[in-house]
Design a protein around this ligand. Structure first.
Ligand code: ATP
Length: 301
């Protein structure tokens, strides 16, 4: 069953577009990683899906309805980010209790066991938790609620490396036991590429890639060799990016459709796989040079 369907979706703010022309569908019981550079529109997209923001163009349907002001969507979804706020009059224990009343699939035992494991203080308001503890607590809420649609916006902000690892492991274990639709945004694709089934890459508010993660890992090849040879060969290819030359050696990133025979026929050229996270970097690179250019073009001195 399709849970989310976006067609030419646009969310424009007064200062410009947060999302423009996003097109994709997400099926029930999948984990999708939403990845993109800062300001690419991940939060805007996820908040629009959760019904927090009203679209300004295109179409969106979540559980068959426009999510904005939809009771069905708010009853069946949960959006969590580091800015999630609760009254400080409520302790973390109270918050767990209130969630148990609101979410029909709430697993109180899981919530308590996770809170104990991650040493979350239970008798204080969320303002008194450290940044990492607060986000871990929100992660626990997202897991224990077992909402049909759970949206984690950068859930591991502030968590230390070992908590991040444990959180993702807990997420995967609980998802396997209780499949539901999960969206998770991250700037660290390397950390979630074993967890997610599909990847949605957005750039400048547009959907750049939406594929199963295995397909993303095979999407491109880095091909290196003597500069002239690479130039001639790549003229016939679907080139994604040219990397900086290393002496007389050039490397291009090309769309991968090669058979073993085609690679062998390419003679002295070397083919190496491109990781999912490197591919995302190449697909969203700006054509304005690198950070070094900021310094080399400096007016100073
Ligand atoms: N409330 C707002 N009012 C006006 N513009 C906004 C607002 N929220 C976001 N934007 C703009 O929309 C664009 C997308 O922002 P968004 O927060 O969705 O990106 P993001 O991919 O989540 O970024 P990051 O990775 O930095 O969290 C940015 O250009 C941002 O400046």
């Amino acid at each position: 069953m399709t849970v989310i369907e976006c067609s030419h979706l646009e969310k424009r703010y007064s200062g410009g577009a947060g999302v423009k022309d996003a097109d994709f569908t997400i099926q029930e019981n999948t984990i999708t990683g939403i990845v993109g550079r800062n300001g690419s529109g991940k939060t805007t997209l996820m908040k629009t899906i959760a019904g927090y923001l009203k679209v300004t163009g295109g179409e969106i349907s979540v559980f068959g309805e426009n999510p904005f002001n939809s009771l069905k969507v708010s009853a069946n979804s949960m959006y969590l980010d580091e800015y999630t706020m609760f009254s400080n009059a409520l302790t973390t224990k109270d918050i767990l209790h209130h969630h148990s009343r609101f979410y029909p699939n709430w697993d109180a035992q899981l919530a308590q066991r996770l809170a104990d494991y991650f040493s979350i203080p239970m008798r204080v308001g969320t303002d008194y938790l450290s940044k990492g503890q607060k986000n871990t607590f929100y992660g626990i809420l997202g897991l224990a609620a077992r909402c049909p649609l759970t949206i984690f916006d950068e859930p591991t902000t502030g968590m230390d490396a070992s908590v991040r690892k444990d959180f993702y492991r807990a997420l995967l274990k609980d998802y396997l036991a209780h499949p539901r639709t999960i969206l998770i945004s991250s700037h660290h694709l390397d950390e979630i590429d074993e967890l997610i089934e599909d990847l949605l890459l957005i750039d400048g508010g547009r959907t750049v890639l939406h594929l199963p993660i295995e397909g993303v890992k095979e999407y491109a090849m880095a091909v290196s060799g003597p500069a002239g040879e690479v130039k001639n060969w790549s003229a016939q290819q679907d080139v994604i990016a040219h990397l900086e030359d290393q002496g007389s050696i050039s490397t291009v990133i090309v769309k991968n459709h090669f058979t073993a025979a085609e690679k062998a026929a390419a003679g002295g050229l070397r083919f190496t796989p491109v990781s999912a996270s490197d591919l995302c970097v190449y697909l969203t690179r700006r054509n304005i040079g690198g950070i070094d250019d900021v310094f080399s073009n400096s007016q100073h001195g």
